[in-house]
Design a protein around this ligand. Structure first.
Ligand SMILES: Nc1ncnc2c1ncn2[C@@H]1O[C@H](COP(=O)(O)OP(=O)(O)OP(=O)(O)O)[C@@H](O)[C@H]1O
Length: 240
């Protein structure tokens, strides 16, 4: 898939939200997209998904099946989880959604009305909907926001599995949830410009890094708790 000088503005005479973006994506790529609030991440993801058309420039060779999970799943629909996913499955030619719902922990919520779901559970329904058709291009807008610790660990595995089967996976992500994936590509949007960096784009202004020493056995629970709070945490050293 290829982006050639892709630009986008919402209205004539508005500034360009995306300015002359060039990029090449190959089968199996996993890409983390970062940028400040309002930098244009959701806009770029919608362009990549084909949900919006570039104002100028070209997006070529998009995979035929696209899965898109929005940052906010629209719950104001008169369906239960099951009736919604069954409906989406029919739209997707009979795609199997049940294993994905099980894997993301939606099993106990299948009979719940969409409008009664918590934010994180609603987000999972959006993920199942995006995953069910075996997309060649999977686009996830802030997929880790509001997810419980278990699903936060499952989602990178799912992304890696899809990539291994040849899909392109792109996620906007303030929480670096995909950071442990090998060969992760990093895109950053700044002032409308898309830049690729070798390492995660640091968003360190006004932030501090602290070191915490604790018993090794407490580590998983500690990391899960800190990540639940929305902080970036990783193990840096094991003492002997
Ligand atoms: N439908 C719209 N009409 C007009 N302007 C819009 C629309 N959607 C977004 N914008 C503007 O486009 C810019 C980029 O918005 P976008 O939602 O793509 O940013 P983002 O990087 O995803 O932000 P966040 O991290 O806060 O989700 C912002 O200035 C926003 O106000």
């Amino acid at each position: 898939m290829q982006l050639t000088r892709v630009s986008f503005r919402y209205r004539k005479r508005d500034r360009l939200v995306i300015s002359h973006a060039d990029a090449r994506l190959s089968a199996g790529n996993v890409i983390e997209l970062t940028g400040a609030n309002g930098a244009g991440k959701s806009t770029l993801l919608r362009l990549l998904a084909g949900l919006a058309r570039p104002t100028s420039g070209v997006i070529a060779d998009r995979p035929a099946v696209v899965g898109f999970a929005p940052d906010r799943f629209p719950t104001a629909q008169p369906f239960t989880v099951t009736t919604y996913l069954r409906h989406m499955s029919r739209v997707r030619g009979g795609a199997r959604w049940e294993p994905w719902a099980e894997r993301l922990g939606l099993g106990p919520l299948l009979d719940t009305a969409l409008r009664d779901l918590s934010k994180g559970s609603a987000h999972k329904v959006g993920l199942v909907q995006a995953l069910m058709a075996e997309p060649g291009l999977l686009i996830l807008d802030e997929p880790f926001a509001g997810l419980d610790a278990g699903t936060r660990e499952t989602l990178p595995l799912i992304a890696a599995e899809l990539a291994q089967r040849g899909a392109i996976v792109i996620a906007s992500d303030h929480q670096s949830g995909l950071r442990d994936l090998p060969a992760l590509r990093h895109w950053a949007l700044r002032d409308g410009h898309l830049e690729e960096s070798a390492s995660p784009a640091p968003e360190t202004a006004g932030q501090v890094t602290v070191a915490v020493t604790l018993p090794a056995g407490d580590l998983p629970r500690f990391l899960a708790g800190v990540r639940d709070e929305g902080y970036l945490a990783r193990e840096i050293e094991e003492s002997h």
